[in-house]
Design a protein around this ligand. Structure first.
Ligand SMILES: [Zn+2]
Ligand SMILES: [Zn+2]
Length: 301
């Protein structure tokens, strides 16, 4: 849900209006640039304040001067703010939120015809922040991600379980390589375990955990089976008690017992795989530490 700011007229997420127990009439951007909430009326936040018990921070009448934009200009400015919010962390590190807000604010004070056009990287470059490269790093478009997921049939290429994370084989922080050849599919666990390790190192070290991964795959199947069983039994129970309009309908307790049994087995399988995952992680981390230590001592020879 977005509200329109009564001062800059841009639409922002509700959070931009809420501060210090107030639902304000103006957005955070205006607030941090010496605009006063009580000078502007904002029926949307007033209504919201009434509904939530927050204090309304705006006025009943607008005495300040709202910025006047065409719809297209407003969209352009909102688009920049949205893109910035979704930009890779490296971009937001190079240009912190407060600095971005100042740039945006300055831009809003000039006629839209003078605004730099183009996407966020282009605009940031025009503002004196040439950060295009930071956008390219680690940002894969949806088509590429989908392509990788389908190529590997949603199977983690490291452990064989269900995978949905597109993984840079050689971390982009080292290789800056976004090509398909450097991409593979991983499960969340392997993706995290591999971290910033180079591909060959990770695969070499992780090869020794093959028996653990076999168990993890088996337990994943077991979990899937019991989960389906619990769901189906719960549906049966719901149908039965609903039909009889009686939670103690004949057969209901048997179903409840079966649900509990399946749930217990599911929990057991979950805790088993958690335990095995921890063993695997401990092994990989220790071997990686050894490899790095050897690398370091070699440097000193
Ligand atoms: Zn505003
Ligand atoms: Zn995996």
């Amino acid at each position: 849900m977005k509200w329109a700011c009564a001062s800059c007229t841009l639409r922002w997420p509700a959070a931009a209006f809420i501060h210090d127990g107030l639902a304000d009439s103006i957005c955070a951007l205006c607030r941090t640039h010496q605009i006063s909430g009580p000078d502007f009326a904002n029926p949307a936040s007033q209504l919201f304040a009434q509904g939530t018990g927050l204090t309304y921070g705006g006025g009943d009448q607008t005495t300040g001067t709202p910025l006047a934009f065409t719809k297209a200009a407003r969209r352009q400015a909102e688009g920049l703010a949205d893109s910035y919010a979704a930009a890779p962390p490296a971009v937001r590190q190079a240009l912190p939120a407060a600095a971005f807000a100042d740039q945006l604010w300055t831009m809003l004070q000039t006629p839209p015809a003078a605004w730099p056009s183009g996407d966020l990287p282009t605009v940031l470059a025009a503002w004196g922040y040439p950060v295009q490269q930071l956008f390219d790093q680690n940002t894969l478009d949806l088509t590429t991600r989908q392509y990788i997921r389908e190529t590997y049939h949603h199977v983690c290429q490291y452990c064989g379980r269900y995978g949905n994370s597109v993984d840079h084989m050689n971390p982009v922080s080292i290789s800056a390589d976004n090509t398909i050849a450097n991409l593979t599919l991983a499960c969340a666990e392997c993706n995290q375990l591999k971290g910033d390790m180079p591909y060959t190192e990770f695969v070499r070290i992780d090869a020794a955990t093959a028996p653990l991964k076999t168990d993890l795959c088996r337990l994943e199947k077991v979990q899937r089976t019991f989960k389906a069983q619990v769901t189906s039994l719960q549906a049966q129970l719901a149908a039965l008690t609903h039909q009889a309009a009686d939670p103690a309908a004949p057969g209901a307790n048997v179903l409840r017992q079966q649900i509990k049994m399946a749930q217990d087995l599911l929990d057991q399988a979950k805790s088993d795989s958690k335990h095995i995952s921890a063993q695997r992680a401990a092994y990989v981390h220790s071997q990686w530490a050894v490899a790095q230590y050897q690398e370091e001592t070699r440097t000193w020879e």
